[in-house]
Design a protein around this ligand. Structure first.
Ligand code: NAD
Length: 456
């Protein structure tokens, strides 16, 4: 399998992809290793994660540069991802013991009755991952899964393989046995082969289209299926905000990571009374973004990781123009080597346009004027997705009222494009089922076992 730098089009590495036979062998290795790993005391398992954290700190710059070279993420944003990962690891290190402790939920000395819950690892799980934040979306799964005593078959995205192999190496150096964390290398065909093994759970991060295939493949197996999928995340800017500050924050939410985030702002609704002022400030902000070499410290817009995404972006632009949207900035791919798309801003958009309905997953955004809060809520909920949604207003009550009505896993007041390890990360509708992060996202890799104990 060739690994191509999306910023230059140059092949930077070649790795052997795992065929069905290799996948089968890897599954057998993990199956044999899992009970041994589960028998290691949880404190010792946590020690390996603490050592993994030390490896990340030690190799920080090398890891950031590898990530940038294979996904085209601006180098400062690669460093930010690694710094964010440290915070997530700290959360798991701090909270796992408590989340996975044995709980006594009832005790009746008269009846000599005791009721308890223990958290049993699921067994061997598949972690099929995405490329856009490989450290985040991977660690949300494999860290708590390992801490809980599961063996993990980890398939990084074919667009973030080198990062995935770094992760495996660092975990093994940190003391996680090679038969408890097993990297599986390859594309969708390898992922499909992995799903044919008798695994005990599949934890997937990726697109709705692939997620639907994963759910179908697992349907007859009675195993745990978690799907963290895409989004079409809206923001509503009310009439009472500091327009300039809101425009800068929302533009960052739309264009950070070159718009290739599951929780990127993908639709903007602005109260008509501040629409023009907001658009002017937003456009000024976007014009200030530097597109270029992702290794350059001043670059903000990097490469488009997957080449086929350029066609999706072009078709959304063409569709929006055809239906009457007004292009204010950008609007096309950048010629030359590698995969590049200009930061693009449209106004006068509506929900007949693909730009406002389908996940763009790139540096392109539509801004729609709305008459009032009712219209904004109706438009925000007019989507098959439901990952995040947010409101910018100075009025706390108004924000709470609006956010309570959003069909989304996460809601934001005066912030956006944000994930916290302390809060559950989940979606509704086409954004997925299940969750990661928070203490729920630790317990999700276990099966609660009910103990009814009566002493004689
Ligand atoms: P993708 O669906 O193309 O691929 C995801 C993974 O699935 C890859 O590892 C791929 O090799 C594998 N795969 C593909 N076909 C498969 C099959 N038939 N069987 C088994 N595995 C298969 O997604 P992507 O391009 O890597 O990621 C982008 C998508 O991920 C976007 O939609 C984004 O919104 C979403 N995403 C969601 C979250 C979240 O937390 N909700 C986080 C990051 C990304």
């Amino acid at each position: 399998m060739k690994i191509t730098n999306p910023a230059t089009g140059v092949v930077i590495a070649e790795v052997a992809a795992d065929n069905a036979g290799v996948v089968r062998n890897k599954y057998n290795v993990a199956r044999a290793g899992q009970p041994r790993w589960a028998a290691v005391p949880i404190r010792k398992r946590l020690e390996t994660i603490a050592k993994f954290r030390e490896r990340i700190v030690a190799l920080h710059e090398t890891l950031a540069r590898t990530l940038t070279s294979e996904v085209g993420k601006p180098i400062r944003q690669s460093r930010n991802e690694l710094n964010g990962l440290l915070g997530r690891l700290d959360f798991f290190l701090k909270k796992s013991l408590h989340a996975l402790r044995e709980e006594r939920v009832y005790a009746d000395p008269k009846q000599k009755l005791d009721e308890r819950i223990t958290h049993i690892p699921l067994g061997v799980i598949a972690n099929i991952s995405a490329w856009n934040y490989p450290y985040f979306v991977g660690s949300n799964v494999f860290v708590p899964a390992l801490v809980a005593g599961n063996a993990v078959l980890y398939k990084p995205s074919e667009f973030a393989t080198l990062t995935g192999l770094h992760i495996a190496e660092m975990l093994h150096e940190a003391g996680v046995p090679e038969d408890a964390f097993v990297p599986v290398v390859g594309d969708g065909a390898t992922g499909a082969a992995l799903l044919r093994q008798p695994i005990d759970g599949v934890f997937f991060t990726g697109s709705y289209a692939t997620g639907a295939k994963i759910a179908a493949a697992a349907a007859r197996r009675m195993i745990k299926v978690q799907l963290e999928l895409g989004g079409k995340d809206p923001i509503y800017v009310c009439d009472d905000v500091d327009v300039k500050a809101a425009a800068a924050a929302v533009a960052d939410g739309a264009f950070y990571n070159t718009g290739q985030s599951c929780c990127s702002v993908e639709r903007i609704y602005v109260h008509e009374s501040v629409h023009d002022a907001f658009v002017a400030a937003f456009v000024a902000e976007v014009r200030g973004y530097k597109l270029g070499d992702p290794m350059d410290e001043s670059t903000y817009i990097g490469a488009i990781t997957r080449r086929p995404q350029l066609e999706i972006l072009k078709s959304q632009v063409a569709d929006a123009k055809r239906k009457g949207a007004k292009l204010l900035v950008g609007g096309g791919a950048v010629r030359g080597k590698g995969n590049w798309f200009q930061p693009t801003v449209f106004i006068a958009v509506d929900h007949s346009m693909a730009l406002m309905r389908d996940e763009s997953f790139g540096p392109i955004i539509g801004i729609q004027s709305v008459a009032d809060d009712e219209a904004a809520v109706a438009l925000m909920n007019d989507t098959e997705y439901g990952l995040t949604g947010g409101v910018y207003t100075n009025d706390a009550k108004r924000a709470r009222k609006l956010l309570a009505r959003l069909h989304a896993g996460s809601v934001y007041w005066n912030c956006c494009d944000r994930v916290s390890p302390r809060l559950p990360w989940s979606g509704v509708g086409h954004s997925g089922v299940g969750l990661t992060l928070s203490t729920y996202g630790i317990q999700t890799f276990t099966r609660p076992k009910a103990w009814h104990l009566r002493s004689a």
